[in-house]
Design a protein around this ligand. Sequence first.
Ligand SMILES: [Zn+2]
Length: 165
Amino acid sequence: MPLRSDWSDSQCPLARGLEVLGDPWTLLVLREVFFGHTRFEDLRTHTGIAESVLSKRLSTLTGHGLLARTPYRDASGRTRHEYRLTDTGEGTLPVLNAMILFAEEHLQAPSATAHMQIIHSPCGHATESADRCDACGEGLTPATTAWVSSARSGRPVPLATAAVR
Ligand SMILES: [Zn+2]
């Protein structure tokens, strides 16, 4: 018996969205892809996700066209795969931004370094809107957005953009 219903044909767009993005690991995988990690091992290390779960989530994300799987050769000449954002995948940025902003506003942080900021790179201002710069009003895209994680480098990291258009 499935854990829950399949919502892919739901009349409600929120439910259809949850069918793809509703698993917590999925958003953490996307976080790492936006941070520039594209390889299976890097994604596993940075999320702490079990290999089998990561494989499943990556296949959901590629199956729905949010990530594109492309081959590369590692140092020993073995063919491996990396996962890059597509145009559709870029469209998840406001979802992740909204999650960050919700947590910063409403949930207690466990330490002083457990914070993130969303920076509109062209003007350099932090924004508290998920899809628009508070300071200049421009829409946010991965190409114009950087995340600052005080738990990581504490510096703005320009986000990865779609490799496939
Ligand atoms: Zn701005």
